[in-house]
Ligand binder design. Structure first.
Ligand code: SF4
Length: 340
C-alpha cells in the first residue's frame, strides 16, 4: 500500500526556518554565509564503502573523536540553520543523543546521516522533533547496495532501520549516490520502493571523484552524469524526491551553476576543513579563519582540476537555494514543486 501523501514536500517548519535565515543574511548584505554545517564528530565507521573518501583521507585519525563541547562550539560559531551530523557513522559517537538534542535546543534543523546498520538498535536514544531528520544512505537495491558498501545484508539492515524509524514517527529521508555502475532503471525502481515504504524524502547526487579512492572507475565524468540523470528522470521526478528540480536540471546538463563551497562547511577532528566537504587544502582552527583565509574564488569547475567533474549536492544545492529568488520563473517553479 502506498503511504499517505503529505501536502508539502519538505517539513513546513524547517523550510520556514531556513528561508528566514537566508533572508536575514541577505538583508544584512553578507557576501558569504553557510547554509549547512557538515559536522563529523568521528570518522570511524562500521562499513567500508567503495566510493568513500573519508575512511581513506582520515585513516591516521580514525580512532579520534571531536569532544561534545567542540562540536557545539562549531555549531554556535558558524550559525548555519542546518546541521548535518555525518562522519564516519555518527550513531557510533558515544554522545550522539546529547549532541543531537543540544543542536535541536539551539533551534537548528538536524539531519543525522547514517548508513542505517545500527539505526533500529539506537532509535530509543531519540525522539521525533519537527526539526529532526534521519538521512539514511542507500545506494541501490539490495544486491547493488551490498556490493557498494561491501557488506552482505547491509541493505536489509538499512531498510529495517528506515521502517522502524518511520513507524515511530520520525522524519526519514534517504541519500543515494550515483556511480558509473549505477543503472538508471534501478534508481527508478529504488525510488518506487522507498516511496512505497513511506520515506519522507529521497536525495540523489553523483559521487565525487575522490583522489584517495584506488578504484577511480566507479566515478562519473560530467557528460556521463548528464546521461545518467536524464535517464533517471525519464519517468518524472517523483513526489518524494527532495533534490530540487533546478539541481536535477543541472545534473541533466540543462543549466549551469557555479559551486558555492562555503554553502556547506565542514568541521571535524582536524578543525574547519577547507575549502569544502570534498577536497582538502588544509584545516583552520576557527570558523572565522576559514571564511577569511580561503581564496573561495579559486574553487569550482574550470578553476581547479579537482572540481572538474564535481556536481555533488553539497557544492551546488546551496547555489540553487541562494539564487532561486533571482529569477521569478525559477521561484515559481520551486514554489509549485514544494507544494505537492
Ligand atoms: S566544485 Fe565540488 S570539489 Fe570543487 S569546491 Fe565545489 S564542492 Fe568542492
Amino acid at each position: 500500500m502506498i503511504a499517505k501523501r503529505p501536502l508539502m514536500r519538505f517539513p513546513f517548519r524547517q523550510t520556514i526556518s531556513i528561508a528566514r535565515y537566508i533572508s536575514r543574511q541577505k538583508r544584512a548584505k553578507k557576501a558569504r554565509f553557510p547554509l549547512v554545517l557538515m559536522l563529523e564528530p568521528l570518522h570511524a565507521c562500521n562499513l567500508t564503502c567503495s566510493g568513500c573518501g573519508r575512511i581513506r583521507e582520515y585513516s591516521d585519525s580514525m580512532s579520534k573523536m571531536v569532544l561534545l563541547a567542540d562540536c557545539l562550539k562549531a555549531v554556535d560559531e558558524c550559525g548555519a540553520p542546518v546541521v548535518s551530523i555525518c562522519g564516519g557513522e555518527p550513531l557510533l559517537y558515544p554522545e550522539i543523543e546529547k549532541l543531537t538534542s543540544e543542536i535541536l535546543n539551539r533551534g537548528r534543523v538536524v539531519y543525522l546521516c547514517t548508513n542505517g546498520q545500527v539505526l533500529e538498535k539506537k532509535l530509543s536514544l531519540f525522539k521525533p522533533h519537527p526539526f529532526f531528520n534521519f538521512n539514511v544512505h542507500i545506494d541501490g537495491l539490495q544486491r547493488t547496495h551490498d556490493i557498494i558498501v561491501e557488506k552482505e545484508g547491509a541493505f536489509a539492515k538499512a531498510i529495517g532501520g528506515v521502517k522502524a524509524a518511520l513507524a515511530k514517527g520520525f522524519t526519514v529521508c534517504t541519500n543515494t549516490t550515483v556511480y558509473k555502475q549505477t543503472s538508471p532503471s534501478e534508481v527508478r525502481q529504488l525510488i518506487g520502493e522507498l516511496t512505497r515504504i513511506g520515506v519522507n524524502g529521497i536525495l540523489l547526487s553523483p559521487g565525487y571523484c575522490y583522489e584517495d579512492v584506488d578504484d577511480q572507475s566507479v566515478f562519473l565524468t560530467r557528460e556521463e552524469i548528464f546521461e545518467k540523470f536524464r535517464a533517471i528522470r525519464e519517468t518524472g521526478n517523483g513526489k518524494r524526491i527532495w533534490s530540487t528540480p533546478l539541481y536535477l536540471d543541472f545534473l541533466s546538463g540543462l543549466r549551469e551553476y557555479d559551486c558555492t563551497p562555503w554553502g556547506n562547511v565542514t568541521y571535524n577532528i582536524k578543525g574547519w576543513k577547507a575549502p569544502c566537504y570534498l577536497i582538502t587544502d588544509g584545516h583552520y582552527r576557527t570558523f572565522g579563519e576559514l571564511m577569511k583565509n580561503v581564496e573561495w574564488e579559486r574553487y569550482g569547475p574550470k578553476k581547479d582540476r579537482r572540481c572538474e567533474n564535481c556536481m555533488v549536492h553539497s557544492g551546488f544545492e546551496a547555489t540553487v537555494a541562494l539564487t532561486t529568488g533571482d529569477s521569478l520563473k525559477d521561484a515559481l517553479r520551486m514554489a509549485r514543486w514544494t507544494l505537492l
